[in-house]
Write a protein that binds this ligand. Sequence first.
Ligand SMILES: Nc1ncnc2c1ncn2[C@@H]1O[C@H](COP(=O)(O)OP(=O)(O)OP(=O)(O)O)[C@@H](O)[C@H]1O
Ligand SMILES: O=P(O)(O)OC[C@H]1O[C@](O)(CO)[C@@H](O)[C@@H]1O
Length: 331
Amino acid sequence: MATIKRIALLTSGGDAPGMNAAIRAVVLTAAACRIEVIGFEHGYIGLLEQEYRTLLPQHVHNIIQRGGTILKSARCPALQTPEGPKLAADNLQQLNIDALIVIGGDGSFRGALEIARYYDGQIIGVPGTIDNDVDGTTNTIGYATAIDTALDAIDKIRDTADAFERIFLVELMGRHSGYISLAAGIAGGAEQIICPEFSQITPKDLRQITTPIQHAQLLMGKASYIIVVAENSYPGGTTALAEALTKAIGIECRACILGHIQRGGSPVGADRILATKLGAYAVEALQQGAHLQMAGEVHGEVTLYPLAKTGDRTKAIDPYLVRWQQQVGSY
Ligand SMILES: Nc1ncnc2c1ncn2[C@@H]1O[C@H](COP(=O)(O)OP(=O)(O)OP(=O)(O)O)[C@@H](O)[C@H]1O
Ligand SMILES: O=P(O)(O)OC[C@H]1O[C@](O)(CO)[C@@H](O)[C@@H]1O
């Protein structure tokens, strides 16, 4: 059992609904174990600039339902400079921090690994990102809420698309991963889903998209038609794709870019529960000596996974749903 007296905590990268629930779980679990918690603000920026405060149970009261993160988040290019990681480690050491908990995505974990080269204490990650692109955990904190937010938007767009018998392209986030697009597209009954894991669409070959549209029109006549497009799927973006499709089929295609709406909002129950479980487990695992691990959940069980491997391979999106969507969903 490692003797941990002082833990530091930060949220980094894109904020995700449920980060506050994870902060709460860390603080309450640590308090129960008589461990002090220091919260760095604005991700790694706060760690480099020594912007921190003590977090007590009363500071995390009534935050479990709040989106965003009370610690704020940021992307921090300064950590990626040659001197950044050492300065971060020096600051942790100077404050007598025995262990650091980083809530973020695989980029944040890469940052943590850099700090670990100079830091004597323990480091553990908690996966918090809407993208669900972190290996070693079935779901990341924030993903379930992002699906529901995207789904709500798709349902609303369907209403107007249906009334006008229009074709809509709805762009969803995910950076280079199609998790949100596949899940929200399936749940929203999208006629087509375009995401990096399916196939590459090029301006020279739009037939993969236009053929199913023409087929649907033969079958159903004019009707609403929704294409969910993961961001970064087409050169020039989804608006450019809508314009190219309009030209190719002679029917106006409209683009709707959902954007950062997907990062906000009150976390759904599944995210609050996952965040509570992983935040608490991170503290317990540190006390048992865990270092350079991520606290994840696989098959409902908490698990540790090497931080260094979390971004190694692309976590595969559900092959069963991929096959169904490609063979049946766009029929
Ligand atoms: N190779 C690296 N070396 C040092 N720091 C890094 C490295 N990669 C990422 N970081 C740090 O982690 C921060 C967050 O990374 P990134 O922007 O990739 O987000 P993320 O944690 O993957 O979350 P999300 O993808 O949800 O936004 C970066 O701004 C940077 O400070
Ligand atoms: O808010 P920013 O820095 O533009 O980042 C947007 C990116 O962050 C995410 O929301 C979370 O990683 C991605 O889905 C998206 O590509």
